[in-house]
Design a protein around this ligand. Structure first.
Ligand SMILES: NC(=O)c1ccc[n+]([C@@H]2O[C@H](COP(=O)([O-])OP(=O)(O)OC[C@H]3O[C@@H](n4cnc5c(N)ncnc54)[C@H](OP(=O)(O)O)[C@@H]3O)[C@@H](O)[C@H]2O)c1
Length: 168
């Protein structure tokens, strides 16, 4: 799969695995957009990669997802890869914490790890359709399966995802 010349959204992107993936795409000559809640982190990433686009967005908030997609539609309608990597993974000891607090935290975790991925993908579909059409007309190969696979591998086995990117 050709991994340069794309417009790539990496959710999260300012820390950890997301930042590593954003960096890898960036250095392969892609237009990379990252998003997260912490503006300081996003700014730090931008200092390292000057052409990086940063967008502040809390993926647990519907209005912020919507506004992210509006900006993508207006400014990055060539979006062709979306890596849904923003995520949270915590351990809860139900015997040691107040159940109400734990349940609220679990809700937020599910919102980022699952709901946001579905919502963002659904809202990005019109952009994706436009890009797919343009690619088809130009006889480009579309490897949706591999991208999907990469996204899912990336959620659970980030090192493997980074290796796949390196080998592609
Ligand atoms: N590191 C590993 O070895 C490993 C192994 C297996 C699975 N994973 C999974 O891979 C994912 C990333 O792991 P990591 O170690 O890179 O975690 P990390 O360093 O904590 O990074 C998490 C990223 O997700 C973003 N994020 C969290 N909540 C968000 C929200 N509500 N809205 C927008 N962005 C949000 C954070 O940005 P902001 O804080 O700025 O919002 C940050 O960029 C996690 O889901 C983790 O469970 C990691």
């Amino acid at each position: 799969m050709k991994l340069s010349g794309h417009t790539v959204l990496v959710t999260g992107g300012g820390a950890g695995v997301d930042m590593a993936l954003a960096r890898e795409f960036y250095h392969r000559n892609n237009q990379v957009i990252i998003c997260g809640r912490n503006l300081e982190r996003l700014d730090r990433a931008k200092q390292e990669m000057s052409n990086l686009e940063i967008m502040q967005c809390d993926l647990t908030k519907d209005d912020e997802i919507k506004s992210l997609v509006e900006t993508l539609t207006d400014r990055f309608s060539q979006l062709s890869i979306s890596v849904n990597n923003a995520g949270v993974q915590k351990n809860y000891k139900f015997t040691e914490i107040e159940p109400k607090t734990a349940l609220a935290a679990i809700d937020r975790e599910i919102m980022v790890n699952c709901n946001a991925v579905v919502k963002l993908s659904a809202l990005c579909l019109p952009i994706a359709n436009e890009v797919f059409e343009a690619l088809k007309q130009n006889n480009y190969e579309i490897k949706v399966v591999k991208v999907k696979l990469l996204i899912w591998i990336n959620r659970f086995l980030p090192k493997l995802a980074a290796n796949i990117l390196r080998r592609s």
